[in-house]
Structures are given as C-alpha cells and as structure tokens.
Design a binder for this molecule. Structure first.
Ligand code: SF4
Length: 911
C-alpha cells in the first residue's frame, strides 16, 4: 500500500477530506479522520470515488473541429480566435463560462485573464445556478458574502431549521453529523421546511410542506411574530443593525396574520404556530438553507427573510446559531473568493466600484480592468444565441444539460462562431458543440485548493498522473493568456504560485474593510502549500514565526462589512413564482439531486454501485395526480412545459403533495434518449442574483404511448445499435455489463411468422448472439405479451433481454444484476431466465437501498420482519446495510418506521 495522499472530495460543498492510497495499482479511498469537515466519514458518492477513475471516457488529446491537434496548435487556435473576435467586435463579444468544479487557482487565472487583460466581466460560473441568491442575500445583509457560522454550530444548536435542503441526500455527511448530535442530545429539535417529504424528514421533529415559492411569507411571518411576541435582542438591533423598522413594517403588513401565512404556504395554522413558537423560545437556533431557497425568482429575498429573523433575535456570530448557506459544489465558495462571477471583481471586490477597480488593476498591473457588470449565466447564453457573444470558452461544466431552457442553449452553441470546451470527459452534451476540445486533468490528477461551505480552504492533491495529454486547467488558461500577449502576468509555474498571488491580492489595501482576507497565506513556500492543513478564512498575517490561524466564526461582536459596520435588515415583500400554473400546465415542476449521483453523471455515472439506487430518469408525483394524468407507476410519461419536453419513468414515492412533480437533474443525451430536465425549466431568474427558478416551472404529465417495455443487459453495446426499433432508452453502467431500460412503439407481439422471425433476428443482434443455436434461448408468451431471450456462452450469461407489453411484468433488475455478475450460472438460473423470475426466493434482494454492501429493500424488510429488528444499528449488525457511508440510514429508518406503524408506509414504487 502506498502512503495515503490527503485530498478533498470533488462533489458537494461539505468538502470532506479523503485519503487516497494505492494497493497493487488499485486506488483505495477512505475518509480522512483528521479533516474537520467529515472526521473520517464519506457518503456513498465519496466512498465510490475510486470507481470513477481511469482513462475510459476521458478526453485524452486536444482537437480542433474533431481532428486531433497538438497542444500548441489548439492553444494558438483558441488565443488567435479570441484575439480576432475582440479586434473585430470588441471585448464584450467574448465570454468564459466556468464551474464550481474548478479549483480556486483555475478560477483565479481565468478571472484575471477575462477581467484584467481582456477587460470584460463576461465570466460567469455554474455556481450561478445553485448559490448566487445566497451571495446576493449575504451582501445585502452583511455587506460581504460571508457565511458567519461553521459546521460545529449544527452540533451546538438546540434547534436546526433546514429550509429547501434535502440534506440527507445532498449533503449527507452534514446530515450524519446532525443525526449523531441528535443521538447524543435527544432534545435537539429539527424542523424541515420543504414542499417534498424527503428522506431528510426522517429525523424531523416537525415538517412544514410549504407550497413551492412561499418561503418569504413564512419567514416574514416569523419576523412579525418574533417582534409582536417580544423575542428581540434590542441591544443587538440597536447597536449592530439598521433598517429593522422598514423590514418589520413590510412583515407586519403582509405576513402579520398567521392565517394569511398558513394560506399562502398551504400548511395548517397549528404547524406554522408550532414552528414560530419553537423558533421564538430556542436561543441556539441555526437556519441552514440550500437550493430550495436559492433557486427562485425571489431567491435573494428568501435569503434575506431568513437572515432578518436571526438579526432581530441577535442569533448570529455565536456558537450554535446563525443563518447558514450550504453550498452545492465543492468549490462554489472558492470561485466567489477568486471573483469568478460576472458581478464580482476578485477577492470579494465589486466590479462596479471604482476604488476596487483601481486596487485590482494596480495589483495585477494590468492594461485594463472590467468596469461594468458582465452577463450572468442565463443572459450570457442568450447573448450567444442572439450573436452578441461570438466566442465562448466553457470549462468543466455541461450547460447544454444544466441550464434552464436547455434546448435554446444547444441552439446558441450551434450558432456560436467559436466554442472552446475544456473538460476531462470526452463525450458530453456540451462537448458535441465544441470547435476546440481541450483535455483537462481530473480529480486525483490536479493540485490546488477548494473552499467548503464553512469557509474552510482545503487542498486537493494529485495522486495519479493525468491520462493522455490532459493538463490542469490553470495551465491551459495561462498558456492561452501567453499566446494572447499577456505572458508576464501569467508566468506561473505551479498552482502554489497562483495561490499565493490570490492570497496576496485578498490582503492588498484591505485594512480590515473586506471580509475575505487570506493575506496570512501569501508567503507560503511550496513546501508550506503542499502541507497546508484545512483552514477557515479569514486568515490574517500572523506575527513573525507564528503559524497563520483561521477564523471559525464571523460577525462575532456584531461586526459587519457595510461601510457603517452594521448588518442591514432588508424589507422582503412576499411574492409568488414568476410563472403560475394554469389549465394547460397545472403542475409545479421541481428539480433536484438524488442520493447517489452528481450533476450530469459524467463521473458518478461511471461507478456501477452508484447506478442502482435510482437507476433511471423519473418523474415523481402524487398517486392521485398520476391517476388523473392517466399514467401508472412504472410506465413512461411525457413531461412538458412551455419550454420543452422529456420522457421519464413515473414514480409515486409518496414524497409529493398534489399538484407538484419532481424530476432529477442528472440525465443527459449522453446516457438517455430524452431526459434532459434542463429543457423543461423556465428561464426566469431572480432579478438581483440572476439565479434561475429551477424549483417552479408550470408543467403537465401525459402518458407516453408505447407498445412494449424492455430490460436489456449486454456486455458491450453502442447506443446507436438500439435504433430504429427502440423509441426510448436509458443506459446504466454495471460491473462488466451495460443495462438498458428500453421501450418502443412498434408492435412486437401477436405477429405473423415473417414479423416474428424479424423480431428474433433483431433481438439476436441486440444480444450479440451469432445464430439461433444452443447459445441462444428464448421464450414467448404472445397471449400475455412477453418475450425473453438470453445469450449464454458455456455457463456464462453474456446478454439477455426481457420484453413485455407492461413494465410490471418485467423481472427484478437486482436479480438480473446478480446473474450477470456470476461467472457461471446454474440450472436454476437458466430456468429463471426463461421463467422471467428467480427460482429461489432469496435470489431477489429487491430495489437497492445500501450501495456500499448492495443490500436491497426485500433483504432489509425480511431481516426486520424475521428478527424483530427495532433500530438502524440492529439492521446494520444483521445485514451490514448503513454501516459504511451511512447514506442509506434515512431509508432504513423509514422501513423501520413503516414496520412500527404500517400506515406510515407510503406507496412506494421503486424503479
Ligand atoms: S458529503 Fe459526500 S459528496 Fe459531499 S463532500 Fe462529503 S463525501 Fe463528498
């Protein structure tokens, strides 16, 4: 075993420390016990990181218009292309669209090139899609983009309010820290505010299933209630804040009546009152919020309505209390620090502030400086669409999948004169539109820093060589800058050189006026940088010979960053989402993440163990709404909005109220025929933050008429082999096989002899079976509309397919995964293949719950029933489920609760 390299997980904003080592050439991953964010734990995604490595699917070489090129040719082509377009059309005709997946060093050089040397602020980031409203809310309230608290506050609080956050799935290690705190202090209360009854609700003392978009009513109502009931820290308000009376006047006028709040939120008065009373009487309260708050046309007001309540009660800057924005991506906060957004300059300075412009230009010694706001993500792609922007460089992100109105984004790139895409993945929906493709180093290969949700800067360290000719993003940007004539300012030799310049800029002419100050790290040597321990900013320059120290909490002693040193209350008049439902589109579409996938699945989609929990694109809705729409659970449904449509499997999990639907964000054209949810989302944004309204698009659901459904398992297969007979498909990666869920419109049953022969011919080709000999077995029940076939070589199952007129007549996928994984199948297995079900009852473990140990729902239910298990710990002892990463613990708790109280078990139709 090689010595472990200490690095950081590349997925969510929790920013867990990871130990990466190698044994017999295989990468081993473990949680870093010394990292303060996770203290050794990793969730299902982090635990599977080793399975996402390797050269398969990677972009290995630069190319220009699909032809392999040398790095010099490709970089020169990019530099010349950008320079020419700037010469001919001006600097506002070019743009960068970057990513929270980039390291701070990558962000820093990209921002420096665009704002200080090209001279426009047209650089925005996909973090615009997840936390721009939190940034804008922080700046309005605090005068700076600060998260005042730290993760420890979640453990010190007596009340945790989780707003718009499925913490159990999206920030699992924080959720586990909360669960552990509750185990130790059963009086810790947890309130979940979310339109969906997500797995996070398994630990909720109170769940408020508010109507999507109604949060400002709830928190303006709380502000009014706190004031009326006298729960005010008058000294704090008087000495450390301004504008309380304006905010209170609006709150009293519009949300002062709890009946009105209850009606607007769609929650009964008693529950609202219970929440208000709990908040009022609990001093140590933390309100953690995430995309459910931010992704709204009123996202910034939502954030400020939460902060207002903490300011009125003085619950901020102290242990166990405060508003807490939990970021989505691993380096969303690092990007903000480096200025990688269209409305920032660098080091948290404002792009429109003349003094800041002078400070940054002087520090960079740059020929120019951006002086106006750049285009934010949605507007930026609109400007590409209408031809104002003629060259775009997209780094480490997949906007053709992830942006709202994603079909228009595709059109925009089709029209763009020069599209440069740097990424580590060869085939993404966005890469398909690249004129120049640049191979970037991926996680495990690149070196730099990231900042997590609690302002903690951690090192990501390389432990593998990049495959092919892949290079770090900071290097690629610097090489283009050199070729554009800016060599002296981009003469960095290592990420450490970039980092110390970034740190020095944060302290330059700061004088305590800017919250983001890591000047204490500006003198790091390479050895210091390599050994840098996780540290929370600000990090001030230490006295001589002392080590730099971080800062766990900000706003201590009521100090804020507006020129008056006070926090500002913001009046937040409640308003609904921009587009309302109507007869044509009567449902509210909500989008979000699932437990085991990350973004557009370019990495997590490679790990078989992450693919089985929720394997397919789905639309979740209330069972009654499904009935009204005429679609049954497990069938395919077409989801349409005014902006586009997709096809997904219908699910009725019991998580949604009537009138709402949920579709996950992860699927793309690279892994499914028709499931990019971005195509559905309205392009409405928050007027202040520019963050899109992903949580509220009017939609409708209709049946997708198909003649048959199928499950296909093959060892290798190009997607194109499915055409033309397969109308809809999705591909799921297994260990040593590919699984396809398929459906088609052509009749497959009750056929004449010729058509039957044709069908068999098609199936044999799908399975790669050379002829209808002993290696090919099949079975047809035409009356029931069933056809099964398998290709068996020796005793090994090579491929199989199951076709049926009804999806619920197809066999258990978990059982088939088991057969595909066997080296030799036996007579029972052969019999099962033809019977379409396992011959022995234990062979079907049911839908996967625990990814780490592949424990299915049937196994768990059986263990709970047969052994009378009462707690998750007992289930873990008996089945191992939940004993590694713990991501499945909420589902295990739900199963246990279902056994204790069968009426609690909602209808569940796992896919
Ligand atoms: S919670 Fe999971 S995905 Fe997030 S950083 Fe930690 S291990 Fe990675």
């Amino acid at each position: 075993m090689t010595p472990a390299v200490r690095t950081t997980c590349p997925y969510c904003g929790v920013g867990c420390g990871v130990l990466a080592s190698q044994k017999y050439g295989k990468v081993q991953i473990a949680g870093d016990p010394a990292h303060p964010a996770n203290q050794g734990r990793l969730c299902s995604k982090g635990s599977a990181l080793a399975e996402t490595l390797g050269p398969e699917d990677r972009l290995l070489y630069p190319s220009i218009r699909g032809q392999r090129a040398s790095w010099n040719e490709a970089l020169t082509h990019v530099a010349d292309g950008f320079s020419r377009i700037i010469r001919e059309h001006g600097r506002e005709a070019v743009a960068f669209y970057v990513s929270g997946q980039l390291l701070t060093e990558d962000y820093y050089v990209a921002n420096k090139l665009m704002k200080g040397f090209i001279g426009t602020a047209n650089i925005d980031t996909n973090s615009r899609l997840c936390m721009a409203s939190a940034v804008a809310g922080h700046k309005r309230a605090f005068g700076a983009d600060i998260v005042p608290g730290c993760y420890e506050d979640l453990e010190l609080a007596d009340l945790i309010v989780l707003v718009g956050s499925n913490t159990a799935w999206c920030h699992p290690i924080l959720f586990q820290r909360i669960m552990k705190a509750r185990e130790q202090r059963p009086n810790l209360k947890i309130v979940v505010i979310d339109p969906r009854r997500t797995p996070t609700c398994e630990i909720a003392s109170l769940h408020l299933p508010v109507r999507a978009g109604s949060d400002v009513w709830l928190f303006a109502g709380l502000l009014s209630y706190l004031h009326e009931q006298g729960h005010i820290d008058s000294a704090f308000v008087a000495h450390h804040t301004t504008s309380a009376s304006d905010a209170l006047a609006v709150a009293h006028a519009q949300a002062g009546d709890i009946e009105v709040v209850a009606r607007e939120c769609g929650v009964d008065v008693a529950r609202i009152r219970e929440f208000y009373e709990l908040f009022s009487r609990t001093e140590c309260t933390i309100t953690a919020f995430s995309q459910g708050v931010n992704q709204s046309s009123a996202g910034t007001d939502k954030v400020n309505s939460i902060i207002n309540c903490h300011l009125l009660t003085g619950r901020i800057g102290k242990p166990g209390m405060g508003p807490f924005s939990v970021t989505g991506q691993p380096n969303a906060m690092g990007g903000r620090e480096a200025g990688g957004m269209a409305n920032m300059l660098a080091a948290h300075m404002d792009v429109t502030n003349a003094e800041s412009q002078g400070t940054v230009q002087t520090f960079w010694n740059s020929p120019t400086i951006a002086t106006g706001l750049g285009l934010k993500a949605v507007d930026l792609f609109e400007a590409i669409h209408d031809g104002r922007i003629k060259a775009v460089w997209i780094m480490a992100t997949n906007p053709v999948v992830s942006l709202p109105e994603a079909d228009r984004v595709r059109e925009a790139l089709e029209r763009c004169e020069l599209v440069v895409v740097s990424d580590c993945v060869a085939k993404t929906d966005t890469m398909a539109y690249a004129h120049v493709s640049l191979p970037a180093a991926g996680w495990g290969e690149k070196d730099g820093t990231v900042t997590n949700s609690e302002r903690r800067i951690s090192r990501q360290r390389a432990f593998l060589p990049p495959p092919g000719e892949a290079k770090p993003d900071w290097w690629i940007v610097c090489e283009v800058a050199r070729r554009m004539g800016f060599g002296a300012a981009f003469d960095f030799e290592s990420p450490r050189d970039v980092f110390v310049e970034h740190a020095a800029l944060s302290g330059f002419r700061n004088y305590g006026t800017r919250a983001f100050d890591i000047g204490g790290l500006a003198e790091l040597t390479r050895a210091d940088y390599d050994a840098l321990e996780p540290i929370q900013w600000p990090v001030f320059a230490p006295p001589r010979a002392a080590l730099p120290k971080g800062t766990p909490r900000l706003a201590v002693n009521g100090r804020f960053y507006h020129p008056d040193g006070r926090a500002h209350f913001i009046a937040t008049p409640p308003r609904g989402p921009a587009n309302r439902t109507d007869d044509e589109f009567p449902l509210i579409l909500n989008t979000g993440r699932i437990r085991d996938q990350w973004h557009t699945m370019t990495r997590t989609g490679r790990a078989p163990r992450l693919s089985d929990h929720l394997a397919e694109p789905y639309v979740d809705m209330h069972a009654q709404d499904a009935l009204t729409a005429g679609v049954r659970s497990g069938e395919l449904a077409r989801v349409s909005t005014r902006w586009g449509s997709i096809v997904a499997r219908l699910r009725t999990s019991g998580e949604l109220a009537r009138g709402a639907i949920f579709v996950p964000i992860h699927w793309s054209a690279a892994n499914s025929s028709d499931a990019r949810v971005g195509a559905l989302v309205n392009p409405v944004v928050d007027a202040i933050s520019g963050e899109p309204e992903f949580k509220h698009t009017p939609a409708r659901v209709e049946p997708m008429r198909v003649e048959w459904y199928g499950a296909l398992y093959v060892r290798d297969h190009p997607d194109s082999a499915l055409a033309p007979d397969v109308t809809w498909w999705t591909r799921i990666r297994g260990n040593d096989f590919l699984r396809y869920e398929i459906a088609g419109r052509e009749k497959l049953f009750s056929l004449g002899d010729a058509a039957r022969a044709q069908r068999e011919d098609w199936v044999r080709k799908l399975l790669g079976a050379p002829a209808k000999d002993s290696s090919y077995v099949d079975y047809e029940d035409a009356a029931s509309g069933l056809y099964r076939a398998a290709h068996i070589s020796g005793d090994r199952l090579v491929a199989c397919v199951f076709l049926s007129v009804r999806p619920d007549m197809l066999p258990s996928r978990e059982w088939l995964v088991g057969l595909l994984s066997k080296r030799r199948i036996d007579d029972n297995d052969r019999g099962g293949l033809l019977a379409g079900r396992p011959i022995t009852s234990t062979a079907d473990t049911g839908p996967l719950v625990c990814s780490c140990f592949r424990v299915g729902r049937a196994t768990l239910a059986n263990a709970i029933q047969c052994h009378g298990l009462e707690t998750a710990a007992q289930v873990g002892e008996r089945t191992r489920a939940g004993t590694n990463c713990g991501s499945c613990l909420p589902e295990i708790s739900a199963l246990l609760a279902g056994r204790r109280n069968p009426s609690k078990e909602e209808e569940s139709s796992e896919i």
